[in-house]
Ligand binder design. Sequence first.
Ligand code: PLI
Length: 477
Amino acid sequence: MNEDAKHERFQIITPPYRIKVVELLSRQQMEIADNRERRSQAIKKAGYNTFLLKEDEVYIDFLTDSGTNAMSDNQWAGMMLGDEAYAGSRNFYNLDKAVQDIYGYRYLVPTHQGRAAEHIMSQLLIKPGSFIPNNMYFTTRRVHQELAGATWVDVSIDEAHDPESWHPFKGNVDLKKLESLIGEVGVEKIPYMSIEANVNMAGGQPFSMENLVALREMCNGYGIPVMLDGTRLVENAHFIQRREAGYQSRSVREIVREVCSYTDGVTVSGKKDALVNIGGFLACNDKDLFLEAKAMVVVYEGLHTYGGMSGRDMEAMARGLYEMVQDRHVAARVNQVEYLGHLLLEAGVPVVVPVGGHAVFLDAKRFLPHIPQEQYPSQALSAALYLESGVRGMERGVVSSGRDPVTGEERRPKLELVRLAIPRRGYTHTDMDFVAQAIIKVYETRDRVRGLKMVYETERLRFFQARFRPIGGQLIS
Ligand code: PLI
């Protein structure tokens, strides 16, 4: 295994498509790009939370890579073949076949997006008092585990929490941590092991196949099912292909299939890897779990042959699943993210390394060392970047981490980050150059950025709607 991702040389990989249609920016967006005063008013009105900006107030939108993908001509053609029958839509059967072909799971339950699949899985598998080991957390997955009565436990390797570690597989599970959890709480309290591909909150970091195989063996020994969050599995597979011995000549599609073969089921947000704007699913091999999930999806989502999606959405996703596993597509997609990361690293800006699959993460602790964690440095940095440039990123630190459901105390994660997530097939390298310049400019005047006070928050997933005020009145003094 290549233990040092640091020595990978950066080389441009061009994408396997040409642009045939473009989305025009609105007049307001172009004004925002040119007018700092407008941006200042907008971010103030949004309570210094980039989630609360209107899209017309955003110039370059790197808030998320979720649902912001550009679909292909092939997918748009499929949209015209949407069969909107309430029951038995032919697009459902196309999706069912695509999920079996690509992932290999026997049974599919479609949902309108990933968190609906997480809700169903959590409600069906978790009893109050359970413990769910995870390789870090994702906000929605953890909240559904907790709502079902479980305690979330982090069993990721220590390097996952270190933004400066070049470990090539920061998404790995620390098997010793898992073993000690099992010893502590008892195997009967662990309904499943939850493992996320290309861990979002760690910076878009993969697990290795070697680690997954070892995890599978340990879980087999204890009879613990392994449930995957396969939302960004394709990007994880790309890193395995590039970094893990024995996988260089294997296709991303084969690697995806192999990963799934070591797991018992999956929840997927189709809005990422699958190159669509909406959709998700749960898939598994266990017939009883499938039947229960199928019974539940009709209560919360819609009939089990659409699960909250229209026929045309299912067709676009079915086609997207085949496109997403093309080696050149994934390589070029990750390469574009790495290009932005590379420009920032060259300029000495602190970013999480290795650069991840879907986003570049700024390390706010090193970027703004003068702002303590209780003054929300990542929130302040994402607001400052918007104010200076019209580029929208998102906070991934203490605000996203939320409060402990038992004590009500704020969770203080080691990682205090701003995420710049890059939509698939939507932006050019010129946009990356512009964003890099904007970030470098903020970095050069970083001492002037001030901390924030939170003035409103919701009980769950507070980062979406929380509001802030700059301490001292001005975000940038
Ligand atoms: O946004 P949903 O409900 O389709 O999917 C939830 C979800 C599940 N797992 C992972 C790893 C995600 O990243 C995820 C959603 N992520 C969002 C919205 C993001 O901006 O990263």
